[in-house]
Design a protein around this ligand. Structure first.
Ligand SMILES: C[S@@+](CC[C@H](N)C(=O)[O-])C[C@H]1O[C@@H](n2cnc3c(N)ncnc32)[C@H](O)[C@@H]1O
Length: 235
């Protein structure tokens, strides 16, 4: 094959991988992204992490068909446990929920030594990753948002050494929506937040018509705050 095609979403993740790096792609499935990154000389080598046997075998097959055995290595295991500290410079984790991506990073914290860049592509729950990055001293340096087949995906890029904070005095709102995305506001962004607002309004209506508890009142306040933020953004 010696050639791998990437979806629009994965191509955008690829765009944020720095030149000349050693990559680990965790939860790689077919290993398209790491094989593409090595074939296109963005990365000098790559490790593919997969927890599930079927995708692990698909990854091995892509590596073999691309002629990349010995340069791209598939390892079976949970999250970052497949890595040794200081083995890679950049980690990509794409196509999962923000809470799973955050827990993979949290559970494998000791393996992040030497990792300068994280390129993370949550399908939902990007704010959970922004909170984790803040807590762990990774600085969010770029964000992107892309539409593919009617679905909208966010990409978060974080650096260990760049310690510039992207947040202003409106930090809670920026953690929720994304400090860089708030400034860009492209069509995909507007579409995403118009859709999210409808969801939050629907949940709020349901909560309002159900029996009120301390917990549901708190939840309603949080949702009202989010709706306010979204309205500010879309206005
Ligand atoms: C939806 S696929 C995304 C594949 C690819 N990264 C992409 O963006 O197209 C998620 C993959 O992550 C794997 N996965 C889920 N949890 C994992 C974990 N804790 N460690 C390693 N792989 C995991 C699944 O087996 C699955 O192949």
């Amino acid at each position: 094959m010696n050639e791998v095609n990437l979806s629009r979403r994965l191509k955008r993740v690829f765009d944020y991988i720095p030149e000349g790096t050693k990559l680990a792609d965790i939860g790689s499935d077919h290993a398209y992204l790491p094989c593409y990154a090595v074939l296109n000389k963005r990365c000098t080598s790559a490790i593919v992490g997969e927890i599930t046997e079927g995708p692990f075998n698909s990854a091995r097959s892509t590596i073999r068909q691309s002629g990349l055995e010995g340069i791209v290595e598939a390892r079976m295991g949970d999250g970052l446990e497949v890595l040794v500290p200081n083995e890679v410079d950049v980690i990509t984790i794409a196509g999962m929920g923000g809470s799973l991506i955050s827990s993979i990073l949290e559970n494998g914290k000791e393996k992040l030594e030497g990792v300068e860049t994280l390129v993370l592509q949550p399908n939902i729950g990007a704010h959970q990753i922004r909170y984790w990055l803040e807590k762990e001293g990774y600085s969010l340096i770029e964000e992107d948002i892309v539409e593919e087949d009617g679905k909208i995906y966010e990409i978060l890029v974080a650096s260990k050494s760049n310690q510039t904070s992207p947040y202003s005095e409106q930090k809670e709102k920026e953690l929720f929506i994304g400090p860089f995305l708030l400034k860009k506001q492209n069509d995909a962004f507007k579409k995403k937040w118009a859709h999210e607002m409808k969801n939050f309004e629907r949940i709020l209506t349901q909560l309002e018509s159900a029996k009120q508890t301390e917990e549901s009142i708190q939840k309603m306040k949080e949702i009202q705050q989010k709706i306010e933020w979204i309205k500010e953004v879309l206005s």
